[in-house]
Design a protein around this ligand. Sequence first.
Ligand code: MN
Length: 274
Amino acid sequence: MPSPNTTRRALVRAAACLAIAPLLGLPRRARAQADAASERIELERLVAANRILAHENVVDAFGHVSIRDPQNPMRYVLARSRSPELIELKDLMRFELDGTPVDARDRTPYGERMIHGAIYEARQDVHSVVHLHSYAVLPFTISGVPLRPMIHTAGVLGAEIPVWNIRDEFGDTDMLVRNMAEGRSLAKALGKNTCVLLRGHGAAIAARNVREAVLTAYYLQVNAQVELQALALGGSPRALSPAEIAATTATQFSPLALDRAWEYFCVRAGVEPL
Ligand code: MN
């Protein structure tokens, strides 16, 4: 059996072929192999994202993370209904944007998968979505105190973090996003922002890729803890300015920071840093 490092090197080499295959006019089969290797990395990263968010207590028994399907932008990939800490490759399922499973077999999907499909439907720029119930974030969903990026690692949250109240449109419910009407209402509240809070429930994050999604979810939680502590000191926490948000986001999502953070989070969670 090949070592994880050998597997990783083979996958990375094959993915590199993907980028240059068209230039070299490589045969169709070589391109297909490169496509498959590249997709395998995306799926392995989605498994890693589940493990990381659980390991860092951003999600618990509940919460989930998805990617837009690398094969088909009108679909997404999300685990079956299982806690993120336990997710393996075989748990990953494909869905149409309306939440219909493509190949369910005997697997039960998450009840709140519509959060993901509705955001992918509304936002072509989004390729990864996280839904979480982080305990530090919850007070900002119910108190009227705005959650804003306060620290340089959280500039990626963006200047505006709206709060969506399911009761405004749908009356008294069990608070879960169970259908596309509710999902689309949430996606509308998210707008062009990166994060949206769900009143009495949690948050959703829309990101360009799964590694940025994980980093954003992690620092959403850290920032909420810091803001809570600053409020407890009796101060009026000062948020980053729009220019600081732009500059810190560029730094945080640069390869220097993103590669370093991803390796750190993967190793802590016990997964291969692909
Ligand atoms: Mn939820």
